[in-house]
Design a protein. Sequence first.
Length: 245
Amino acid sequence: MTTPSQPHHPSTSNTGASDQVTDEAATSATARIVESLTRAIVEHRLHPGTKLAEQKLADHFGVSRTLVRQALYQMARNHLIRMEPARGAFVATPSADEARQVFAVRRMLETEMTREFVRQMTPAHIKALKAHVAQEKAALAKQDVSGRTELLGDFHVRMAELMGNAVLAQLLGDLISRCALITLMYQSTSAAEHSSDEHADIIKAMAAKDETLAVQLMTEHLQHVEQGLQFDRKLPSNDISMALS
């Protein structure tokens, strides 16, 4: 005989499955918002200081303001967004001191990464990096500003990925996203072509297994980017509707 409680089991199970699907959908939506906004910042379509209105973002992505708020808080933890009480969320505006600190940390990480890369590299690693630089050159030739911006930053992350170090790749990804804001605010002229040439030189040194030269070139490369910054520049501005269109 069926007990009164038995018919309720399938319902409970289905509810749990439904809740799981709902949670997964919410997580996916939040990740989509984070990815879209981060890409807009990295590609210099969303400028420092831009106000990120929750309702406007909710309408754009077709989600609730709750999911937008979750995405913004996640980005705030990565220092791409600043949250101001009673005012809302804004694209971060890193100070000159913060900019110098970010580049100092990148030099610490990337000089050691370069050293380790040379020690464990394979011909396949070099081939992959050369292919990446070829993509940079193609984006430069097409004057694809957003494409070249993304590719130039991804070169450094790609090195960490090829080494199989997911933690380092994530750390560098976060730092380079912050650098995209910094260069947008303070870079005096476009040094994209020069950066790509320096990437090619670094690859040559690594392919020759010249660890000392490779580390030196990586250090100089990061120094050149930092030296191209002018910390008295007027802050650019942008509108979120244009940036995400």
